[in-house]
Write a protein that binds this ligand. Structure first.
Ligand code: GLN
Length: 474
């Protein structure tokens, strides 16, 4: 299908219209959503109204923005006024947000048309979308396999050609991992580059919103729209959005890129082969490849599974049967809260709340949460030292291609291990992206991961573009 860049150009020039582009999207959704379970809610009327406003503004000669008339899919942990927002949890049943997430306001201001809310692992906890209370999403490339997670619906929307772009959130890999499994570009921006206002919090010190797309340029285009300071998010960086699209073809000549052993060892042979082939392609484009080891990265999975649940146990305390969504009636308030949370949360969310509450409890705080914070500091320092030697880092995004339904549901650790390569950069707050490079088992796509220091998005896109071309997508 057309790229977002192309749709916006066609809509602006009158070759196409926002309404025509939307109807194409709605037709594909109609055809494939029942099978794939991508959208939990499609805002047909709202999207049609928004598209016709854009078309009449264009008819009046107005400049409607960089995403003029581009249909976009939104992960269902982002608030949109009046639209059911569930986080794929029963506990939010019936709740409709009274305000928009900042990223919603931004994409709308840029002319995009939000078409609906996509499926995810409940509260973004998972790597396969199998933890959704509303059933799993299927991978459009092979419906017997998972699309990855937690942003599996947003990845599948683009992989199934429903939309050219979508929004996800990445706390430990939830954009990059499904991007890899669905053959897409997916970006976890520098912490603070994109406002989290209106993103329902999982682990606030790790969460970032970012783009999915088929092309590197489309992700750069969307991230330019998303980025920039927001006074409503105190962790938002002070500066204006960076220019990214103009740097996409900068190349990698003269760059030093570290090939990090801990970011691919243990992966399937086909994945390791893709990472080495990607290193070769970057070298051929003029980069110097430096083989590196960052041993501290071996500690990050354990630290993440203390820090993220600790923050989640605190963030999810607000779902108490009083303020949002579900309420199970009981004799007194305490019993009501207990009954509501028992009925409303799924097994993985309960596991995280218990893990996190335990890690934070008096007597265990220093041994678990405190230790994990020390590992986080070691990780930040280790990445900073690496970036004194090289400009960017290269590794795998996931240990394997898309796996089959049920493969990893019996053992939580097996599922957690899927994020072993993506989690480190969330702890450091640095940006990273996944770009398709080569194929593995079943001819399914492999994603390679590029990582950089804070605010290095332009360089990451330029390196990803080199790989996109080398992989045969000029
Ligand atoms: N799969 C990881 C987890 O379950 C990461 C999820 C995410 O990035 N939201 O926590």
């Amino acid at each position: 299908m057309k790229s977002a860049m192309q749709i916006a150009a066609d809509v602006r020039s009158g070759v196409s219209s926002a309404s025509a582009e939307l109807e194409r999207t709605l037709a594909v959704v109609e055809q494939r959503n029942a099978e794939l379970n991508v959208f939990l809610y499609v805002d047909v009327d709202g999207a049609r109204a928004a598209a016709s406003v854009i078309d009449s503004r264009i008819a009046r000669g107005e400049n409607v923005g960089a995403l003029a008339g581009v249909p976009i899919a939104i992960k269902d942990n982002l608030c949109q006024v009046g639209i059911p927002t569930t986080c794929s949890s029963k506990i939010l049943e019936g709740w409709r947000p009274p305000y928009n997430a900042t990223v919603l306001d931004k994409v709308i201001a840029a002319g995009a048309v939000p078409v609906g809310k996509t499926n995810l692992d409940e509260f973004a906890m998972g790597s396969s979308t199998e933890n959704s209370a509303f059933g799993p999403t299927r991978n459009p490339l092979d419906p017997s396999r998972v699309p990855g997670g937690s942003s599996g619906g947003s990845a599948a929307a683009v992989a199934a050609d429903m939309t050219s772009i979508s929004l996800g959130s990445d706390t430990g890999g939830s954009i990059r991992q499904p991007a890899a499994l669905c053959g897409l570009v997916g970006v976890k921006p520098t912490y603070g580059l994109v406002s989290r206002y209106g993103l329902i919090a999982f682990a606030s010190s790790l969460d970032q919103i970012g783009p999915f797309s088929k092309t590197v340029t489309d992700s750069a285009l969307l991230l330019e729209v998303l980025a920039g300071h927001d006074p409503k998010d105190s962790t938002s960086l002070p500066e204006a959005a960076p220019s990214l699209v103009v740097h996409v073809d900068d190349g990698v000549a003269g760059k030093r890129i570290g090939l990090v052993r801990e970011l691919y060892q243990g992966a399937d042979d086909s994945v390791v082969a893709s990472v080495h082939a990607a290193a070769q392609a970057l070298r051929a484009a003029g980069a110097e490849i430096v083989e590196m080891s960052i041993p501290e990265l071996g500690l990050t999975l354990s630290a993440y599974y203390l820090i993220a649940p600790a923050e989640a146990s605190s963030n999810l305390a607000r779902f108490d049967g009083v303020r949002y969504g579900l309420r199970v009636k009981a004799d007194d308030v305490t019993a009501m809260m207990e009954a509501t949370r028992t009925a409303g949360f799924g097994a993985e969310v309960k596991r995280r709340i218990m893990l996190g509450t335990y890690a934070l409890s008096a007597g265990y705080y220093d041994a678990y949460y405190g230790q994990a914070l020390k590992v986080r500091t070691l990780t930040i320092d280790a990445f900073a030292r690496a970036y004194q030697q090289v400009d960017l880092l290269l590794g795998a995004t996931t240990p394997s291609v898309a796996f089959a339904f049920g493969d990893k549901t019996a053992d939580p650790m097996a599922m957690y291990l899927n994020d072993v390569f993506t989690i480190p950069t969330n702890l450091a707050g640095d940006p990273a992206l996944s770009v398709p490079f080569g194929t593995g088992e079943g001819n399914l796509p492999v994603g390679v991961q590029l990582l950089g220091p804070g605010r290095s998005e332009a360089q990451l896109f330029a390196a990803a573009r080199v790989l996109e071309i080398a992989d045969g997508r000029p």
